[in-house]
Design a binder for this molecule. Structure first.
Ligand code: ASP
Ligand code: CP
Length: 305
Protein backbone atom coordinates (compact mmCIF):
# COMPACT_ATOMS: atom_id res chain seq x y z
CA UNK A 1 0.00 0.00 0.00
CA UNK A 2 1.40 3.42 -0.88
CA UNK A 3 1.98 6.17 1.72
CA UNK A 4 -1.26 8.02 0.97
CA UNK A 5 -4.91 7.13 0.32
CA UNK A 6 -6.07 9.76 -2.18
CA UNK A 7 -8.29 7.72 -4.51
CA UNK A 8 -10.14 4.41 -4.39
CA UNK A 9 -8.09 3.59 -7.50
CA UNK A 10 -4.91 3.67 -5.37
CA UNK A 11 -5.86 0.20 -4.12
CA UNK A 12 -5.59 -2.99 -6.16
CA UNK A 13 -7.85 -5.93 -5.29
CA UNK A 14 -5.36 -7.47 -2.83
CA UNK A 15 -4.77 -4.17 -1.03
CA UNK A 16 -8.48 -3.36 -0.82
CA UNK A 17 -9.20 -6.85 0.51
CA UNK A 18 -6.41 -6.42 3.06
CA UNK A 19 -8.08 -3.21 4.30
CA UNK A 20 -11.45 -4.99 4.62
CA UNK A 21 -9.89 -7.99 6.41
CA UNK A 22 -7.97 -5.72 8.78
CA UNK A 23 -11.18 -3.77 9.44
CA UNK A 24 -12.88 -7.03 10.43
CA UNK A 25 -10.13 -7.60 13.00
CA UNK A 26 -10.52 -4.01 14.22
CA UNK A 27 -14.27 -4.60 14.64
CA UNK A 28 -13.45 -7.28 17.21
CA UNK A 29 -11.66 -4.63 19.27
CA UNK A 30 -14.87 -2.57 19.32
CA UNK A 31 -16.63 -5.51 20.96
CA UNK A 32 -14.16 -5.65 23.85
CA UNK A 33 -14.55 -3.95 27.22
CA UNK A 34 -11.36 -1.94 26.63
CA UNK A 35 -11.70 -0.67 23.05
CA UNK A 36 -8.07 0.45 22.64
CA UNK A 37 -4.98 -0.89 20.91
CA UNK A 38 -1.52 0.59 21.62
CA UNK A 39 -0.49 0.41 17.93
CA UNK A 40 -0.17 4.12 17.11
CA UNK A 41 0.98 5.37 20.51
CA UNK A 42 3.16 8.47 20.04
CA UNK A 43 1.88 9.14 16.49
CA UNK A 44 -0.14 12.24 15.63
CA UNK A 45 -3.17 12.32 13.34
CA UNK A 46 -4.54 15.70 12.21
CA UNK A 47 -8.13 16.01 11.02
CA UNK A 48 -8.10 18.96 8.61
CA UNK A 49 -11.70 19.77 7.67
CA UNK A 50 -12.53 22.64 5.30
CA UNK A 51 -16.06 21.31 4.68
CA UNK A 52 -18.80 20.23 7.06
CA UNK A 53 -18.86 16.65 8.28
CA UNK A 54 -20.51 14.60 11.02
CA UNK A 55 -19.71 10.94 10.35
CA UNK A 56 -16.31 11.09 8.64
CA UNK A 57 -14.77 13.51 11.07
CA UNK A 58 -16.05 11.83 14.22
CA UNK A 59 -15.19 8.34 13.01
CA UNK A 60 -11.62 9.28 12.04
CA UNK A 61 -11.22 10.80 15.51
CA UNK A 62 -12.66 7.67 17.18
CA UNK A 63 -10.49 5.42 14.96
CA UNK A 64 -7.26 7.28 15.75
CA UNK A 65 -8.04 7.33 19.48
CA UNK A 66 -8.82 3.59 19.53
CA UNK A 67 -5.33 3.06 18.09
CA UNK A 68 -3.89 5.31 20.86
CA UNK A 69 -2.72 8.07 18.46
CA UNK A 70 -2.80 11.73 19.48
CA UNK A 71 -5.51 13.54 17.54
CA UNK A 72 -5.62 17.20 16.54
CA UNK A 73 -8.91 18.44 15.11
CA UNK A 74 -8.67 21.40 12.79
CA UNK A 75 -11.74 23.10 11.39
CA UNK A 76 -11.27 25.83 8.78
CA UNK A 77 -14.07 27.78 10.43
CA UNK A 78 -12.56 29.67 13.35
CA UNK A 79 -8.94 29.12 12.16
CA UNK A 80 -6.49 31.47 10.45
CA UNK A 81 -7.89 30.26 7.11
CA UNK A 82 -10.50 32.96 7.72
CA UNK A 83 -7.59 35.47 7.75
CA UNK A 84 -6.53 34.31 4.28
CA UNK A 85 -3.94 31.63 5.08
CA UNK A 86 -3.43 29.23 2.16
CA UNK A 87 -3.78 25.44 2.23
CA UNK A 88 -0.02 25.14 1.71
CA UNK A 89 0.88 27.37 4.65
CA UNK A 90 -1.71 25.64 6.83
CA UNK A 91 -0.19 22.30 5.84
CA UNK A 92 3.34 23.45 6.63
CA UNK A 93 2.14 24.67 10.03
CA UNK A 94 0.68 21.24 10.78
CA UNK A 95 3.84 19.60 9.53
CA UNK A 96 5.88 21.76 11.93
CA UNK A 97 3.73 20.36 14.74
CA UNK A 98 4.75 16.83 13.75
CA UNK A 99 1.70 15.37 12.00
CA UNK A 100 2.26 11.73 10.98
CA UNK A 101 -1.04 11.65 9.06
CA UNK A 102 -3.34 14.36 7.75
CA UNK A 103 -6.97 13.48 7.08
CA UNK A 104 -8.31 16.17 4.77
CA UNK A 105 -11.79 17.15 3.57
CA UNK A 106 -11.82 20.07 1.15
CA UNK A 107 -14.28 21.66 -1.27
CA UNK A 108 -11.71 21.68 -4.09
CA UNK A 109 -11.29 18.47 -6.07
CA UNK A 110 -7.59 17.54 -5.97
CA UNK A 111 -6.73 19.36 -2.71
CA UNK A 112 -5.50 16.14 -1.00
CA UNK A 113 -3.18 15.45 -3.98
CA UNK A 114 -1.61 18.92 -3.59
CA UNK A 115 -1.26 18.40 0.15
CA UNK A 116 0.57 15.12 -0.43
CA UNK A 117 3.31 17.09 -2.24
CA UNK A 118 3.82 19.39 0.73
CA UNK A 119 3.82 17.18 3.84
CA UNK A 120 6.08 14.30 4.86
CA UNK A 121 3.35 12.24 6.53
CA UNK A 122 0.49 10.23 5.04
CA UNK A 123 -2.45 12.06 3.49
CA UNK A 124 -5.93 10.50 3.60
CA UNK A 125 -8.68 11.93 1.40
CA UNK A 126 -11.85 12.36 3.49
CA UNK A 127 -13.76 13.89 0.56
CA UNK A 128 -12.51 16.40 -2.04
CA UNK A 129 -15.10 18.42 -3.92
CA UNK A 130 -17.06 16.26 -6.36
CA UNK A 131 -14.06 13.99 -6.86
CA UNK A 132 -13.54 11.15 -4.34
CA UNK A 133 -14.25 9.81 -0.86
CA UNK A 134 -12.24 6.57 -0.75
CA UNK A 135 -12.81 5.61 2.91
CA UNK A 136 -16.58 5.89 2.31
CA UNK A 137 -16.26 3.40 -0.55
CA UNK A 138 -14.23 1.07 1.68
CA UNK A 139 -16.81 1.17 4.47
CA UNK A 140 -19.57 0.62 1.93
CA UNK A 141 -17.75 -2.41 0.49
CA UNK A 142 -17.16 -3.70 4.02
CA UNK A 143 -20.88 -3.38 4.79
CA UNK A 144 -21.91 -5.16 1.56
CA UNK A 145 -19.48 -8.00 2.24
CA UNK A 146 -20.64 -8.30 5.87
CA UNK A 147 -24.34 -8.40 4.92
CA UNK A 148 -24.21 -10.39 1.68
CA UNK A 149 -21.08 -12.50 2.18
CA UNK A 150 -19.25 -11.47 -1.00
CA UNK A 151 -18.50 -8.60 -3.38
CA UNK A 152 -17.61 -10.39 -6.61
CA UNK A 153 -20.64 -10.58 -8.88
CA UNK A 154 -22.89 -8.33 -6.76
CA UNK A 155 -25.23 -6.02 -8.67
CA UNK A 156 -25.14 -2.55 -7.12
CA UNK A 157 -27.45 0.31 -8.15
CA UNK A 158 -26.17 3.78 -7.18
CA UNK A 159 -29.07 6.22 -7.44
CA UNK A 160 -29.42 9.99 -7.52
CA UNK A 161 -27.06 12.94 -7.79
CA UNK A 162 -24.12 11.10 -9.36
CA UNK A 163 -22.88 14.34 -10.93
CA UNK A 164 -21.90 15.92 -7.60
CA UNK A 165 -21.15 12.71 -5.68
CA UNK A 166 -17.63 11.81 -4.65
CA UNK A 167 -19.20 8.77 -2.96
CA UNK A 168 -20.47 7.45 -6.31
CA UNK A 169 -17.13 7.93 -8.05
CA UNK A 170 -15.11 6.18 -5.33
CA UNK A 171 -17.65 3.36 -5.10
CA UNK A 172 -17.59 2.75 -8.86
CA UNK A 173 -13.78 2.51 -8.81
CA UNK A 174 -13.53 0.26 -5.75
CA UNK A 175 -16.46 -2.01 -6.61
CA UNK A 176 -15.07 -2.50 -10.11
CA UNK A 177 -11.70 -3.48 -8.60
CA UNK A 178 -13.45 -5.98 -6.33
CA UNK A 179 -15.55 -7.55 -9.09
CA UNK A 180 -19.00 -6.07 -8.40
CA UNK A 181 -21.18 -4.66 -11.18
CA UNK A 182 -22.46 -1.08 -10.80
CA UNK A 183 -25.43 0.60 -12.52
CA UNK A 184 -25.71 4.36 -12.03
CA UNK A 185 -29.35 5.52 -12.02
CA UNK A 186 -30.05 9.23 -12.37
CA UNK A 187 -31.84 11.82 -14.47
CA UNK A 188 -29.70 12.76 -17.49
CA UNK A 189 -28.94 16.17 -15.91
CA UNK A 190 -27.34 14.51 -12.87
CA UNK A 191 -24.95 12.19 -14.74
CA UNK A 192 -21.43 13.55 -15.39
CA UNK A 193 -20.14 14.21 -18.88
CA UNK A 194 -17.90 11.28 -19.79
CA UNK A 195 -19.72 8.79 -17.56
CA UNK A 196 -19.62 6.39 -20.51
CA UNK A 197 -15.93 5.86 -19.77
CA UNK A 198 -16.60 4.82 -16.15
CA UNK A 199 -16.59 1.07 -15.44
CA UNK A 200 -20.38 1.10 -14.84
CA UNK A 201 -23.70 0.95 -16.71
CA UNK A 202 -26.17 3.84 -16.63
CA UNK A 203 -29.97 3.97 -16.55
CA UNK A 204 -32.65 6.64 -16.22
CA UNK A 205 -35.24 4.11 -15.01
CA UNK A 206 -35.07 3.12 -11.33
CA UNK A 207 -38.05 0.75 -11.53
CA UNK A 208 -36.35 -1.24 -14.28
CA UNK A 209 -33.12 -1.67 -12.27
CA UNK A 210 -34.47 -2.53 -8.78
CA UNK A 211 -35.76 -6.10 -9.34
CA UNK A 212 -32.27 -7.38 -10.26
CA UNK A 213 -30.24 -5.40 -7.67
CA UNK A 214 -28.51 -6.92 -4.64
CA UNK A 215 -27.70 -3.47 -3.28
CA UNK A 216 -29.34 -0.10 -3.83
CA UNK A 217 -27.30 2.89 -2.66
CA UNK A 218 -29.24 6.15 -2.48
CA UNK A 219 -27.38 9.48 -2.83
CA UNK A 220 -28.29 12.86 -1.38
CA UNK A 221 -29.05 15.65 -3.84
CA UNK A 222 -26.11 17.98 -3.15
CA UNK A 223 -27.82 21.34 -3.29
CA UNK A 224 -24.76 23.10 -1.86
CA UNK A 225 -22.89 22.23 -5.10
CA UNK A 226 -25.72 23.26 -7.46
CA UNK A 227 -25.79 26.68 -9.03
CA UNK A 228 -28.63 25.86 -11.41
CA UNK A 229 -31.80 23.86 -11.26
CA UNK A 230 -31.13 20.24 -12.27
CA UNK A 231 -34.73 18.95 -12.00
CA UNK A 232 -38.20 20.52 -12.13
CA UNK A 233 -39.21 20.12 -8.46
CA UNK A 234 -38.45 18.07 -5.34
CA UNK A 235 -41.78 16.28 -5.79
CA UNK A 236 -40.95 15.32 -9.35
CA UNK A 237 -37.45 14.15 -8.32
CA UNK A 238 -38.83 12.00 -5.46
CA UNK A 239 -41.51 10.53 -7.69
CA UNK A 240 -38.99 9.30 -10.26
CA UNK A 241 -35.80 8.73 -8.26
CA UNK A 242 -36.85 8.50 -4.59
CA UNK A 243 -36.94 5.12 -2.83
CA UNK A 244 -40.30 4.67 -1.11
CA UNK A 245 -41.87 1.55 0.42
CA UNK A 246 -43.54 0.41 -2.82
CA UNK A 247 -40.28 0.64 -4.75
CA UNK A 248 -38.34 -1.11 -1.99
CA UNK A 249 -40.72 -4.07 -2.32
CA UNK A 250 -39.56 -4.53 -5.94
CA UNK A 251 -36.11 -5.52 -4.62
CA UNK A 252 -35.18 -9.20 -4.23
CA UNK A 253 -35.77 -10.51 -0.68
CA UNK A 254 -32.07 -10.50 0.24
CA UNK A 255 -31.28 -7.01 -1.11
CA UNK A 256 -30.02 -4.20 1.12
CA UNK A 257 -30.55 -0.43 1.05
CA UNK A 258 -27.57 1.85 1.71
CA UNK A 259 -27.05 5.60 2.09
CA UNK A 260 -23.77 7.33 2.97
CA UNK A 261 -25.57 10.04 4.98
CA UNK A 262 -26.59 12.68 5.63
CA UNK A 263 -29.98 11.66 4.20
CA UNK A 264 -32.89 13.91 3.40
CA UNK A 265 -35.87 11.85 4.52
CA UNK A 266 -38.82 12.24 2.18
CA UNK A 267 -36.66 13.28 -0.77
CA UNK A 268 -34.32 10.53 -1.97
CA UNK A 269 -35.43 8.05 0.71
CA UNK A 270 -38.73 7.55 2.58
CA UNK A 271 -38.60 7.13 6.38
CA UNK A 272 -40.22 3.70 5.99
CA UNK A 273 -37.22 2.60 3.91
CA UNK A 274 -34.54 4.30 5.99
CA UNK A 275 -35.83 2.59 9.15
CA UNK A 276 -36.50 -0.84 7.58
CA UNK A 277 -34.47 -3.99 8.37
CA UNK A 278 -33.01 -3.81 4.84
CA UNK A 279 -31.40 -0.46 5.64
CA UNK A 280 -27.70 -0.58 6.58
CA UNK A 281 -27.38 3.15 7.25
CA UNK A 282 -26.36 2.95 10.92
CA UNK A 283 -24.22 -0.17 10.28
CA UNK A 284 -22.32 1.84 7.68
CA UNK A 285 -21.47 4.41 10.36
CA UNK A 286 -20.32 1.72 12.82
CA UNK A 287 -18.26 0.00 10.13
CA UNK A 288 -16.72 3.35 9.23
CA UNK A 289 -14.79 3.39 12.50
CA UNK A 290 -13.32 -0.10 11.92
CA UNK A 291 -12.44 0.69 8.31
CA UNK A 292 -10.74 3.96 9.26
CA UNK A 293 -8.82 2.17 12.02
CA UNK A 294 -7.64 -0.28 9.37
CA UNK A 295 -6.58 2.50 6.99
CA UNK A 296 -4.66 4.38 9.71
CA UNK A 297 -3.08 1.16 10.91
CA UNK A 298 -1.97 0.04 7.45
CA UNK A 299 -0.67 3.48 6.40
CA UNK A 300 1.06 4.38 9.67
CA UNK A 301 1.75 1.24 11.58
CA UNK A 302 1.35 -1.82 9.44
CA UNK A 303 2.57 -2.46 5.94
CA UNK A 304 4.93 0.52 5.70
CA UNK A 305 7.00 -0.06 8.84
N1 ASP B 1 -21.30 12.69 3.29
C1 ASP B 1 -21.02 12.36 1.93
C2 ASP B 1 -19.95 13.29 1.37
O1 ASP B 1 -19.45 14.12 2.11
C3 ASP B 1 -22.24 12.34 1.08
C4 ASP B 1 -23.09 13.58 1.16
O2 ASP B 1 -22.69 14.58 1.74
O3 ASP B 1 -24.19 13.51 0.63
O4 ASP B 1 -19.61 13.17 0.23
N1 CP C 1 -20.94 10.07 4.64
C1 CP C 1 -20.26 11.16 5.00
O1 CP C 1 -19.17 11.46 4.52
O2 CP C 1 -20.86 11.87 6.03
P1 CP C 1 -20.34 13.27 6.60
O3 CP C 1 -20.41 14.28 5.47
O4 CP C 1 -21.28 13.59 7.73
O5 CP C 1 -18.92 13.09 7.06
Amino acid sequence: MSRHLLSAADLDADEATAVLDTAAEMANVAGREVKKLPTLRGRTVVNLFYEDSTRTRISFEAAAKRLSADVINFSAKGSSVAKGESLKDTALTLQAMGADAVVIRHGASGAPHRLADWVDGSVINAGDGTHEHPTQALLDAYTMRARLGRLAGLKVAIVGDVLHSRVARSNVLLLHTLGAHVTLVAPPTLLPVGVGAWPADTSFDLDAVLPSSDVVMMLRVQRERMGDSFFPSVREYSRRYGLDGARMRQLPAHAIVMHPGPMIRGMEIAPEVADSPRSTITEQVTNGVSVRMAVLYLLLGGMNQ
